[in-house]
Write a protein that binds this ligand. Structure first.
Ligand code: FPP
Ligand code: MG
Length: 324
């Protein structure tokens, strides 16, 4: 199977999700219209709504509300990126200049607010389960903000442990994957055990997705549309570096200090990257990623056998093999 098969299989569903997003973002302010169009056109993999629709179909009941919740997850995802690019002072996203770099941080935050509120509105417009799903998303939104704050705190101290790292990536990434599948399963009206299996599947996919993203940051040849070494520029200690600390502990204290000093000493980036290479940090991170992917596949055993379940298994494979 290939990614294009999945995109083709899902093309009508993706079109439906995009049309909900587009309709929800309507405004008479020209700057908003133009910027919304740019962000919509910049794409993204639409992995959260794809997963959501697959989950509901696999569980046997994909309906109007499923598409609303799926669209909301993508709106909120984009809202968080518009905020994140301000927090990280990022100039590139998906290979293109960020809204923050073109229109400034104020506009990016305001646009993020707009997309966030539209996401909430879309959830509340559902026929059934809107309240229950809104509670789920509210929890996730707290996780997003907490994860970002914890990340800022850790960047200041340079003391990130693996436990801290796992908390950050659950909060900032996996929690949104989780609620996307959770809301899709709720929309399908299935028993709680299946809702929990769907949520666990997506949480594990989300953890693996972020670990992969953090691996890309150490790979020159990656095609991800963001510069390498960016995490170090932001003084973020991620799993490849934590893995190298395990195999080369004799330099851990020195390297941690250097991470904190990267903003004033960008030449440390190459040195830290070499330390990660020597310490086989990428291998360590890949093993952890595979653990989560295995867990994700295990969760699928609670799903009935069907084409969509195979695609959900393919998503797991895609995360491990993705090059962008
Ligand atoms: C990307 O991480 C960041 C996130 C996935 C979450 C960002 C969340 C916030 C800014 C909290 C506020 C948001 C809302 C909607 C209330 P990254 O910087 O590691 O990834 P990147 O390399 O793609 O930027
Ligand atoms: Mg960022």
């Amino acid at each position: 199977m290939e990614a294009k098969h999945l995109s083709k299989y899902m093309s009508a569903d993706i079109a439906r999700v995009e049309s909900i997003m587009r309709a929800s973002l309507g405004s008479d302010i020209r700057l908003l219209q133009e910027t919304n169009n740019d962000v919509l056109a910049s794409g993204g993999k639409r992995i959260r709504p794809i997963m959501a629709v697959l989950v509901a179909k696999a569980l046997g009941r994909c309906n109007d509300d499923t598409y609303l919740f799926a669209a909301a997850s993508e709106l909120i995802h984009n809202a968080s990126l518009l905020h994140d690019d301000v927090a990280d002072d990022a100039s590139l996203r998906r290979g293109k200049p960020t809204v923050s770099s073109i229109l400034g941080p104020r506009a990016s935050v305001l646009l993020g607010d707009f997309w966030l509120v539209k996401g909430i509105d879309v959830i509340l417009s559902a026929q059934r389960y809107g309240d229950r799903v809104m509670h789920g998303f509210a929890k996730t939104l707290s996780h997003l903000a907490e994860g970002e704050m914890l990340q800022l705190e850790l960047a200041r101290t340079g003391r990130t442990t693996e436990e801290d790292y796992l908390r950050v990536i659950f909060d900032k990434t996996a929690s949104l994957f989780e609620v996307s599948a959770y809301s899709a399963a709720i929309s399908a009206g299935v028993p709680d055990a299946r809702v929990a299996a769907a949520a666990n599947y997506a949480r594990c996919v989300g953890m693996a997705f972020q670990i992969k993203d953090d691996i890309f940051d150490y790979q020159e040849a990656s095609n991800i549309g963001k510069p390498v070494g960016q995490d170090l520029r932001e003084r973020k200690i991620t799993l490849p570096l934590l893995g190298a600390f395990k195999t080369k502990p004799e330099r851990e204290t020195e390297i941690r200090k250097k991470v904190c000093l990267v903003p004033e000493h960008p030449e440390y980036i190459a040195e830290i990257m070499e330390y990660v290479r020597d310490g086989e940090g990428i291998h360590y991170a890949e093993k952890r990623m595979q653990y989560y992917l295995h867990e994700a596949v295990e969760s699928l055993s609670a799903f009935p056998d069907c084409q969509e379940k195979e695609y959900l298994a393919y998503v797991v494979h895609y995360i491990s093999e993705r090059t962008f």
